[in-house]
Write a protein that binds this ligand. Sequence first.
Ligand code: FAD
Length: 309
Amino acid sequence: MTSVVERLTGRAPAFSVEFFPPRDTADEAVLWRSIRELEPYDPAYLSITYGAGGSSRDGTIRNIARVATETTLVPMAHLTAVDHSVAELRNVIGWYAAVGVRNILALRGDPPGDPYGEWVPHPEGLRYAEELVELVRSLGDFCVGVSAFPYGHPRSPDLDTDTAYLVRKFRAGADFGIAQLFFEAEDFLRLRDRVAAAGCDALLLPGIMPLTTPRTLHKTIELSGAEAPRWLLDRLEPLAHDPRAFRAEGLDVVTELAARLLAEGVPDLHFYTFNRSKATRELVRRLGLSPARAFTARETGAPVEAARG
Ligand SMILES: Cc1cc2nc3c(=O)[nH]c(=O)nc-3n(C[C@H](O)[C@H](O)[C@H](O)COP(=O)(O)OP(=O)(O)OC[C@H]3O[C@@H](n4cnc5c(N)ncnc54)[C@H](O)[C@@H]3O)c2cc1C
């Protein structure tokens, strides 16, 4: 099974996609339509997040297993320490291995109920992502990713402390980091510089949200943990009641951000898809990241066989 790092080393810049576990059968059909639509675009890997409850967790395990066994894609499963004993975590990691998932994003997770609340570890569980990195590493030949925060994790007292804990996760065995959402390329590049200045040359990948609706903008602001810059609000807020115009401007904003990041040498753009594929496919095409086989005959005007070539 190919690792995320293998997929990103020595290649042209790539993109990857993140999904969340479906809530019901209808949701699952949407998820799988999106996965199949993205498959010809050859994302470097596909990840599925890990929720707080039993059915959502089952959904992650079941669907990432399907990605591993029924598609040509490289799967990555998220895993958190929330409400899990070490024995349970070992079990989940074992399930991932059993279905051929060798890439794991090791996270602490948020306190259930209040993401900004006090973190209380499971009595027989883990306190920090760093310990989960060590656990996953100790159980087999996994490629391990961790989260990183361009503006610092909301509970970190300052950026220096935040950077020090991030670097500890790499020293504990993490192979790469995925950055939380941010607004300007410089915000990500400063995070990369802080990590480099701490003597760590870890692979850091930017997280990108296609800004197609006001909801995706609000989600970006919420997840980033920072205030949106005035220029961004000035470009998008006046279009809040014009869905087509908002989408067009939002995708322009994201294209500009992504192009700048690619110019700065990032090896991969990690797209949050909201379980849809259209905006990601559009962005990937605009940025020239899609392989020829992604284009159907109708789009290229060529016969189907040639277009697949
Ligand atoms: C790309 C990405 C994907 C995500 N996917 C999911 C998901 O699938 N499911 C989900 O529930 N959540 C997910 N999250 C959210 C994440 O779980 C939360 O942000 C969580 O609050 C922090 O997780 P962490 O792994 O960064 O924790 P940690 O790295 O453990 O950090 C948590 C806090 O503790 C501090 N800290 C870290 N190590 C130490 C230490 N040794 N001693 C003292 N303090 C320390 C840090 O500075 C930070 O403030 C994701 C976040 C990102 C960026």
